[in-house]
Write a protein of this length. Structure first.
Length: 31
């Protein structure tokens, strides 16, 4: 169970990071 929780947390962090990257790139393209 603990391992699963850690993997879930890491995947959430990775997802948010990817989203942030995409958003920053879109923002740059707009300007």
């Amino acid at each position: 169970m603990k391992n699963y929780d850690i993997i879930r947390k890491l995947s959430l962090i990775y997802e948010s990071g990817q989203r942030y990257k995409v958003q920053s790139q879109l923002f740059r393209l707009r300007r």
